[in-house]
Write a protein that binds this ligand. Structure first.
Ligand SMILES: *Cc1c(COP(=O)(O)O)cnc(C)c1O
Length: 373
């Protein structure tokens, strides 16, 4: 595979939206009616493709696409699968955990949280203790890859424990699904969400939930919102293959193409290999330039990496960002709460030569800023 200059747009080294292939963009050059038979087939292919990508069987799980960015799917699961007398335990080690708390607060859903440092993964023991102490908790929610830092939280032991305690396990796998292997059934995941514009490499426009049928079938009428009602969305899809309200037709067409390209790349394993290669080139080059990562290496995933601002009087992130941008490279600001960081994503339709070009641009920018690390 080579880095054919597929578009004149700047490559995005961000957590999404991401650089997409020319063929994914081309798939959008069609105006399909939302009730059109051809379009209903697109939705069906996507739903089946998502189940295949999750490695689960139809019959055990359902794939439910929903309009809106990733947060909409997180909000849909929280607001429409938790019963009125339910309570959510949210495990936090970054901004996206905090966002789930905000969603529960806004919707008036009973919740509690366990916060871990941003550079550490949630541990099973304190979660288990809390579940034993608080019988009201019905759901446990966690982020898989906390895009805040790039940390990848282990799911299996946690999911086994949560299921063992008779609770529902919800995973925000937004920035990892399709690129980090997860055995959904083995990890006892009841609900998993992601969106069209992350590692599947589609364009923004919708999100989706993979729902385990057994708990999901009991959630009719739980919703606190009409448009985010996951069960009603599923019912609509089952009844006539259609979204309840105007679907993002172009984004769905692009996504179908993106799923086919993911398959051609060797599925999750193939994509993981490319992203890991991107990450390896990037991390070696950044270390060589003198940058330090926020996370210890063993906790660092290959999706996105947080780097500390260099300790140099000339370093100014705004200038650094702007000068890189002018050279044609888009990186991402940091989100860590207790350290000044910026982020480099290694996902999307980017390849090792793109990473090398980015490193060269960073080196030149440091020179221009008169920074030696
Ligand atoms: C991107 C992302 C989201 C969703 O963000 P949107 O801006 O709503 O698409 C949620 N959780 C994680 C971990 C993410 O990386």
């Amino acid at each position: 595979m080579s880095s054919i200059p597929e578009s004149k747009d700047k490559p995005l080294f961000t957590p999404g939206p991401l650089t997409t292939s020319r063929t994914v963009k081309q798939a959008m050059l069609k105006d399909l009616g939302s009730r059109d038979f051809a379009f209903i087939q697109v939705i069906q292919e996507i739903r089946n493709g998502l189940l295949a990508l999750a490695g689960v069987a139809k019959g055990d799980y359902e794939a439910i696409p929903l309009q809106g960015s990733g947060t909409y799917a997180v909000e849909a699961v929280l607001t429409s699968t938790v019963p009125r007398d339910g309570k959510v335990l949210i495990l936090i080690n970054g901004a996206y955990g905090h966002r789930m708390v905000k969603i529960c607060k806004t919707a008036g859903i009973d919740h509690t949280s366990l916060e871990f440092p941003e550079d550490a993964c949630p541990e099973v023991a304190p979660v288990e203790e809390l579940l034993d102490a608080d019988a009201a908790i019905t759901h446990v929610a966690v982020v898989h890859c906390e895009t805040t830092t790039g940390i990848v939280n282990p799911l299996r032991e946690l999911g086994m424990m949560v299921r063992g305690k008779g609770r529902v396990f919800f995973v925000d796998a937004m920035s990892s699904f399709g690129a980090v292997p997860v055995n959904v059934a083995d990890c006892r995941i009841d609900y998993l969400v992601s969106s069209s514009n992350k590692c599947v490499e589609g364009v923004p426009g919708f999100s989706y939930a993979i729902a385990r049928r057994e708990p999901f079938m009991k959630t009719k009428g739980f919703a606190r919102s009409l448009s985010l009602d996951l069960y009603a969305q599923w019912e609509g899809l089952e009844a006539n293959g259609q979204f309840r309200f105007t679907p993002p037709t172009h984004a769905l067409l692009a996504f179908r193409q993106a799923l086919r390209e993911l398959e051609d790349e060797g599925g999750v394993a193939g994509r993981a290999a490319r992203y890991r290669a991107n990450y390896d080139v990037m991390i070696q080059g950044m270390k060589h330039l003198g940058f330090q990562t926020y996370l210890d290496e063993e906790k660092q995933g290959y999706i996105i990496t947080s780097f500390r601002y260099p300790n140099h009087p000339n370093f100014d992130f705004q200038v650094f960002y702007k000068q890189l941008n002018e050279k044609g490279y888009v990186i991402y600001p940091g989100k860590v709460s207790n350290a000044d960081c910026f982020r480099i994503g290694t996902i999307g339709r980017i390849f090792e030569p793109d990473m090398k070009a980015l490193l060269a641009a960073i080196r030149d920018t440091l020179d221009e800023m008169d920074i030696t690390l």
